[in-house]
Design a protein around this ligand. Sequence first.
Ligand code: ASP
Length: 348
Amino acid sequence: MREVREPVLLVHGGAGDIPDDATDMYVAGVRAAIDAGWAILEGGGSAVDAVEAAIVVMEDDGAFDAGRGSVLNQDGRVQLDAMIMDGASLAAGGIGAVETVRNPIRVARAVMEGSPQVYFAGGGAERFAVEHGFEPIDNADLVTPRERRRFEEARGRAAAGLTVDARAAVDGAITHDTVGAVALDRRGNLAAGTSTGGIAYKPIGRIGDSSIIGSGCYADNESAAVSCTGDGEAIMRLVLGKWAVDRVADGRSPQAAAEAAIERLGSRLGGRGGLILLDRDGRSGISFNTSRMAWGVRTGARSAASTGRSGLRSRRARCAGGRPPAPRKCRSGSRRSRFDAVPVKVPA
Ligand code: ASP
């Protein structure tokens, strides 16, 4: 098995119009996720373990649209989707539209490792979870006051015959707070995971890209691992995650592939979102066409640099009318120089 010098962990907490006064909350959540996943990688643990651990932290955080704190559907309930994939074996596990699971990424992993199937949805997924030792929870345990308020506002708009933008927060800002992680471990194995509550005020049973293999999540040791966030219907139709991974397989750098994928999301279907991409050599790519994306990265080199290990990148559209900004130019060179190019620095 190929040995690499240092592992890499990259996580995201969604891409959107994250308001200035919320950035600390997102960065704190992303940083906690990095810390949890990194402890595993640093100790020689697997990429799959690191991805799961990082995502569990964000599912429990309450700030993100994953696990507790997720958006509510039209019934005022949380319905969760998640997928995890092991790039070594191409094993994958996904669950969709589950309501009684605290950490969907854990159940997705149980699907990956405990069944010949790849995907379970709804009641079948919940039954699978119970049969594999997960204690069912009350859906209300996943609901935060913030999301209850947001739901009431959406329901009020719907009752008044007004449009409900599934992506809009109470203040009108577009949010995609799905979480994801990609990791490379010391053995050279890649893994990816994505977890979400989907889109606000979604119809019952709607499943987005996050838990769909090749759309919101994919990993292959021969090329790269990816996790996406954004307009799920557009990401699914473009099979965007696999599209980005395939560009890496064709020889593009992860940063160039990430930018090309997000450019395609915008130009082909007018979609908004972002993705993180990590190749088998530990090179990372981050791209988004929203004004911000919460993300964090850690490598052995980064920990030595001590200039901050996680970040929330801001790249506000300069043009009027909220048109997406031009893709960020890919900087060649080390991961460190790319990280240091982050417009908004986050204190260590
Ligand atoms: N992509 C997710 C979905 O469509 C939503 C998000 O990223 O915020 O379910």
